[in-house]
Write a protein that binds this ligand. Structure first.
Ligand code: ASP
Length: 435
């Protein structure tokens, strides 16, 4: 059995875990609540092990790979790559919200429901962070504290500054300083390599973790529990698919890159994102897929992917658009065109501020709703509609996180191509990227 496990292709094993998890979860969902409860209580730790292992490696991976990445690019080039990637991230985020709104206008999820306020809408007392704080907090007052708290944006900021300083010192006229900077650079790179090695080991556990994570989601929600929320789920997922085919497919095609090859090369990261619901947690896998399957050099991906895992949330942007519309329809106040324009802006910014952890998007939805005057106050109709969305958050989060990660990798591939650094043999029709 163990022999079969370790000899079978990793992707095949993950897919088996995924499908088996769905089946077992759905069966449990139909079974007695006691059995489901017992299953969840006794097995949830097996899924949590996978999440914890990924979380364990996130901070060191970001730190070492980003310092190494920033130090290996000349400061002038870092600025160019940075501008390009931020440009692509902004364009895809705004496109995503727009797609979400278009699909929500087409399908009108929630229309005719006429939700009224109830006492059952208590799950809404979380406060969204203010936008100014999101930007200010990027600069750490104490980098060690940021590392300890796994605050990704400040870590990224510090690592880039650190890397640039190494890169400048490497060119120092003082030979001792230059030698020291070279040595530091080697150490950081070796540390990053060590982290990737650990990631490969962690992925060997992925099939088991995936099985339990997915089984528990389905056991809790069950397909029938979707009820009136089926349409909002469907709208989100159709918009997700449209973004992949039209948005990513179109953008990649402009740069003569194939969508199919992209999906094949990124699939391990996409599946990991789907089941862990965490872009940050998926980062180690994304970095590996980008390098090994898609031929993206680490000097680019180690800078753009950690940044993307934190600021580029295409799936979340779609979700914010669709859900704001759903809440409008469901409460009998469909969003006006003006309100929808505001949603495009605030949802793009909110997506940037969304942390790459499970459920973070649902908190940012509060900010978007507030921006169009829909206050989520306990007991109100808006709160009830919001609580409904929270009920299926896991299902929506799986899809949106998958796109959050997919968007980062697609934009990174394009930037690598425009920098003339993409190993295009991985993209030729003969190449078969995979696990
Ligand atoms: N779970 C998402 C992610 O990690 C964020 C969100 O909740 O929208 O990318």
């Amino acid at each position: 059995m163990l022999d079969w496990y370790f000899k079978t292709n990793l992707l095949v094993r993950i897919l088996i875990g995924l499908v088996a998890g769905c089946i077992v979860g759905i069966i449990l969902g139909y079974g007695s609540p006691e059995t489901t409860k017992a299953f969840i209580a006794n097995t949830s730790f097996l899924g949590d092990i996978f999440i914890r292992l990924l979380k364990m490696i996130v901070v060191p991976v970001i730190l070492f790979s980003l310092i190494g990445g920033a130090a290996s690019i000349a400061p002038s080039r870092l600025g160019r790559v940075g501008l390009k990637i931020v440009g692509f991230y902004l364009v895809t985020s705004a496109l995503s919200v727009a797609l979400g709104l278009i699909f929500a206008n087409l399908f009108q999820p929630g229309s005719g429901m006429n939700i009224v306020g109830s006492e059952g809408a208590k799950a809404v007392e979380r406060k969204p962070p203010a936008l100014a704080d999101i930007f200010l907090n990027i600069i750490p007052t104490n980098p060690v504290e940021s590392l300890a708290k796994a605050d990704v944006l400040p870590i990224i900021f510090f690592a880039i500054v650190f890397g640039i300083a190494i890169s400048l010192l490497k060119d120092s006229k003082d030979a001792t300083l230059a030698k020291g900077a070279d040595a530091l650079f080697e150490v950081v790179n070796a540390a990053a390599e060590t982290m990737y090695k650990i990631v490969r080991g962690i992925m060997e556990y992925a099939p088991i973790g995936v099985f339990f994570l997915i089984a528990i989601v389905f056991a809790r929600q069950g397909p029938s529990a979707l009820g009136p929320l089926l349409l909002v789920t469907l709208t989100c997922y159709l918009a997700f698919i449209a973004l992949v085919i039209l948005g990513y497919g179109g953008l990649l095609a402009v740069f003569r890159l194939g969508l199919f090859t992209f999906l094949k090369g990124a699939n391990e990261a996409l599946i990991t994102a789907f089941v862990t619901r965490s872009s940050s947690g998926t980062l180690p896998v994304s970095l590996r897929c980008a390098e090994e399957n898609l031929g993206i050099p680490r000097s680019i991906s180690s800078f753009t992917l950690p940044l993307g895992a934190t600021v580029n949330m295409n799936g979340t942007a779609i979700y914010l658009g669709v859900c704001a519309m759903f809440i409008g329809y469901a409460t009998g106040h469909p969003l006006t065109v003006d309100q929808q324009w505001i949603v495009v802006t605030t949802a793009t910014l909110a997506a940037i501020g969304t942390a790459g952890v499970p459920g973070a998007g649902a908190i940012m939805l509060l900010m978007v709703l507030e921006s169009i005057g829909m206050k989520v106050e306990a007991g109100s109709a808006i709160a009830a509609a919001y609580a409904m969305i929270l009920g299926i958050d896991a299902l929506l989060d799986m899809g949106r996180t998958c796109l959050n990660v997919g968007g980062d990798i697609a934009c990174t591939a394009i930037v690598a191509k425009t920098e003339g650094e993409l190993d295009e043999t991985k993209w030729s029709s003969q190449a078969a990227p995979g696990a």
